[in-house]
Design a protein around this ligand. Structure first.
Ligand code: SF4
Ligand code: ZN
Length: 305
């Protein structure tokens, strides 16, 4: 068999079939070692139309898990149209054959404007507006529709770049929460997992090509100039010089994290003390009204329909 990909960090080259098996094994190991979910659980995958999230949906269905997906249409012109088409196509052609369904949320329908216009109205950066909306929609869908766990397509490159950013700024709170599995909370946060955390971006792209997954290649136009892209470039440079750097950096961090914690108040305990249901929608928040409901109320007064 002809090798289709070589992986310097594993000192190995794989043919098509063996590479697919390798990827499935890496995901199965992450699911098991971070106690993500069991075959009985109902999983909600956050899909964007990109390679990572569609590959994740594909892998979970191939491994026999009960995985539906949620897509949030952000209303970013041609980019959103194209990504929506890719997700719909995958759902109708592959996921439907496994009995899995796609849930769609359209920002414009609820807010009366796409994410960029909304950010302008709210005087907030587009990506932070987007983050609030996506986090809210995924959590709400998972909790209200009784999913046991929410899965995202974050890969090794994403997590290593995020770790680098958190370390460079010594963001202790974020470092505490940077884990492939975040448990559900009694206040209404769904359990969140990252089953692709053992696989690099390049490996997932190769998996998508080998398995003929039709994904949107273009990045979100709002991502240009982001710090995450810079951190990824720096890590890629190190990886080229010294294969395995990303893996050692991120996995080393996870190993240290699993050591017994000193007896201080955990983030979960702090959260439990301050969170309560939003008076408007019932989702957990530290204020009377959650930031999503505040955003929607502002948007509705600014964009009369
Ligand atoms: Fe949202 Fe920004 Fe990511 Fe685009 S780049 S999907 S706007 S967070
Ligand atoms: Zn609310």
């Amino acid at each position: 068999m002809r090798a289709v990909i070589s992986l310097p960090r594993h000192n190995a080259a794989f043919c098509k079939g063996c590479f697919t098996t390798f990827v499935h094994e890496q995901v199965a190991r992450a699911i098991k070692s971070f106690k993500m979910f069991t075959p009985e659980d109902r999983i909600l995958v956050a899909v964007s139309g990109g390679k990572d999230s569609l590959a994740l949906w594909h892998i979970l269905l191939a491994l026999g898990y009960r995985a539906d997906a949620l897509y949030v249409n952000l209303g970013i012109g041609g980019y959103s149209e194209e990504s929506h088409r890719k997700v719909r196509h995958y759902a109708d052609t592959v996921a439907a054959a496994h009995g899995a369904k796609l849930i769609v949320h359209v920002v414009e329908q609820e807010a009366g404007a796409g994410i960029r216009e909304l950010a302008t109205i709210l005087h907030r950066p587009t990506c932070s507006t987007c983050g609030t909306i996506k986090r809210y929609q995924f959590n709400r869908a998972a909790v209200e529709q009784d999913y046991d766990v929410m899965a995202t397509g974050h890969n090794l490159d994403d997590e290593a770049a995020r770790l680098l950013g958190n370390v460079l700024h010594w963001q202790d709170e974020y470092l505490d929460k940077q884990s492939p599995t975040l448990p559900a909370s009694v206040e209404g946060f769904a359990k969140k997992v990252k089953p692709l955390c053992r696989l690099s971006e390049r490996e997932i792209a190769a998996y998508a090509v080998v398995n003929r997954i039709d994904y949107i290649v273009e990045e979100c136009p709002m991502a240009k100039g982001s710090k995450m892209i810079l951190y990824k470039e720096v890590l890629n440079r190190l990886e080229t010089e010294s294969p395995g750097t990303k893996q050692r950096f991120y996995w080393g961090f996870l190993e240290k994290q699993t050591k017994p914690e000193p007896a201080t108040e955990s983030m979960a305990e702090k959260d439990q003390r301050t969170l309560h249901p939003c008076q408007s929608c019932g989702q957990p928040t530290t204020a009377d009204t959650c930031s999503y409901c505040k955003m929607m109320a502002k948007a509705k007064t600014a964009t009369p329909r």
